[in-house]
Write a protein that binds this ligand. Structure first.
Ligand code: ZN
Length: 272
């Protein structure tokens, strides 16, 4: 499924310095100068600046997505650095959004970075998501993903899902019309990750792989190129080195996007 968001970059132009910076993008026929202008006009909100948010934020910034919002109410801890590579030793104790914003501005000074040092809640999610083209899941628990999913579905925002535990990760694209949402995948909390359970171990490079795939889907979505993981769940096993693609239809009885749900589905403005 293809989408182009935003469909028209309007008067956004690229400076000579930006043309040099994005040269290897512009040389791709599927992107070109026009595609790079689309990316500059586009915006993404990354919720969670941990293991997944690290590669998501750095690749979207490097690729030239013009406005990147960062949401996280946590501070950097020494135990994060085994996998959360946007942060470093010198920023332990600093809010993750502040640490990440500094890194992204260093990586690409031609983009706007907007940090929000708050946890995502039912109250603030609609306002935080409203002005962005795509929302990126860098979260680590069912409850927060439910909040993100419900806000994305109700606003008609595409939502690039990713999750990791142990040696296994998943990726999909939710919140697109006629496609499934997170609650189509998980109508109820998974029994092995119930609230209060100790956090699972995570293989260091695993969120790097999954977060990079999420960034890949977001860039294609913003450019309107390629095929997206809509209606499909990609399951990666880092030990076996297998990628499985599982069909994931929208559930008519989904509590969020189902036919009897009170949450409005994605509207026309998310379509090409
Ligand atoms: Zn659903």
């Amino acid at each position: 499924m293809k989408q182009a968001i935003p469909p028209d970059p309007g008067t956004v132009e690229l400076s000579p310095a930006e043309m040099i910076r994005y040269n290897r993008h512009v040389r791709l026929s599927q992107i070109g100068r026009e595609g790079q202008r689309k990316l500059k006009a586009a915006s993404a909100l990354i919720v969670g600046l941990g293991g997944l948010g690290s590669p998501i934020s750095m690749y979207l910034a490097a690729a030239g997505v013009g406005r990147i919002g960062l949401v996280d109410g946590d501070v950097v801890d020494a135990s994060n650095l085994q996998r959360q590579i946007v942060h470093g030793e010198s920023v332990i104790g600093m809010p993750k959004v502040k640490s990440a914003a500094a890194r992204l501005r260093e990586l690409n000074p031609y983009i706007v970075v907007e940090p929000y040092y708050v946890p995502l809640t039912c109250d603030n999610a609609p306002d935080l998501l409203a002005s962005y083209d795509v929302v990126m899941d860098g979260l680590d628990n069912f409850g927060a993903r439910c909040i993100l999913n419900e806000a994305a579905v109700s606003l008609g925002k595409p939502y690039v899902y990713g999750s990791v535990a142990y040696f296994e990760g998943q990726v999909s694209v939710f919140g697109v019309r006629d496609g499934p949402c997170y609650r189509c995948l998980l109508p109820a909390p998974p029994p092995d990750l119930a609230p209060g359970e100790a956090a699972p171990g995570i293989f260091s490079v695993l969120p790097g792989t999954i977060g990079t795939l999420q960034a890949n889907e977001a860039l294609k979505l913003l450019l309107g190129i390629g095929e997206l993981l809509v209606g499909q769940l990609l399951v990666y096993d880092a030990l076996d080195m297998t990628f499985d693609l599982i069909t994931l239809p929208r559930r008519p009885d989904c509590p969020v996007c189902g036919d009897r749900s009170t949450t409005a589905g994605p509207d026309e403005n998310t379509q090409p």
